[in-house]
Write a protein that binds this ligand. Structure first.
Ligand code: SAM
Length: 231
């Protein structure tokens, strides 16, 4: 049976402060010490970030726009957003991730506005933002937990919500590769896939609809990217 509630979150937090931090910092970084699979995931993830930047810029300049980057990781999205002048509120459940993101931002954001960083799980986020973005976080939670997370994120967004998740369509494909992606039986490294219909239902329940959707894939990376707006 799938365990839900606080348990998952504590395990995920512990993972992203330790081995998961080391692993993902490398994947999201620029160094050459990555294997073939990690390099491929790096490429797929960078495509997701590029697509999100394009979606955001589509609506006009980002200067002064408030963006909440929920589960910001090492700042892969927060930093380019800040460079464009967006007011970024970046948070993550992992203190190690937030520290790394902050360090990178200090090095890389010259013009623009420094993001505000905070160690916080997304369920505790408050306030209102023009746009809320949550990339590649739902993979750590089963759908019944993800529903509540989506509803909460929507409640913080004034204009739009952008979410990426690993699509269930590729379940069997992914299963074959999962061994390579997430070695070991640890619960922390378990990947939960979500069907687009389930995500859409969760959004509809709180009065939001999907305006744009797309699929980003490389050999080992799959993400469905959705942009939702109030219905
Ligand atoms: N969004 C970033 C990106 O795309 O570069 C990072 C993606 S990484 C695969 C997942 C991140 O979600 C980790 O940094 C992890 O610490 C964070 N995370 C997991 N559960 C979370 C939660 N409940 N609240 C906030 N962050 C969470």
């Amino acid at each position: 049976a799938e365990e839900v509630g606080g348990g998952d979150k504590d395990v995920v937090k512990e993972y992203f402060n330790n081995s998961g931090f080391q692993r993902w910092k490398k994947i999201y970084g620029e160094t050459d010490d990555v294997n073939r699979v990690q390099r491929d995931i790096r490429l797929g993830h960078s495509k997701t970030v590029e697509n999100v930047m394009a979606m955001l810029k589509d609506e006009g300049p980002l200067r002064g726009v408030t963006v909440c980057d929920a589960g910001c990781g090492t700042g892969s999205l927060s930093i380019p957003l800040a460079k464009e002048g967006a007011k970024v509120f970046a948070s993550d459940i992992s203190a190690a991730m937030v520290a790394e993101a902050e360090k990178k931002a200090k090095e890389e954001v010259k013009g623009g506005v420094m993001p505000k960083f905070e160690v916080k799980d997304l369920e505790s986020l408050e306030g209102k933002y023009d746009t809320v973005v949550c990339l590649d976080v739902l993979i750590h939670y089963p759908q019944n937990k993800a529903d509540g997370m989506i509803a909460h994120l929507a409640s913080l967004a004034e204009k739009r919500l952008i979410i990426s998740f690993a699509p269930k369509t590729f379940y069997y494909d992914l299963l074959k590769r999962v061994g390579e992606l997430f070695p070991g039986p640890s619960k922390a490294t378990r990947a939960y896939l979500h069907s687009e219909a389930d995500v859409e239902t969760a959004l509809r329940r709180v009065g939001w609809k999907i305006r744009k959707r797309g699929l980003i894939s490389t050999q080992f990376y799959f993400a469905t990217l959705v942009e939702a707006v109030p219905a």
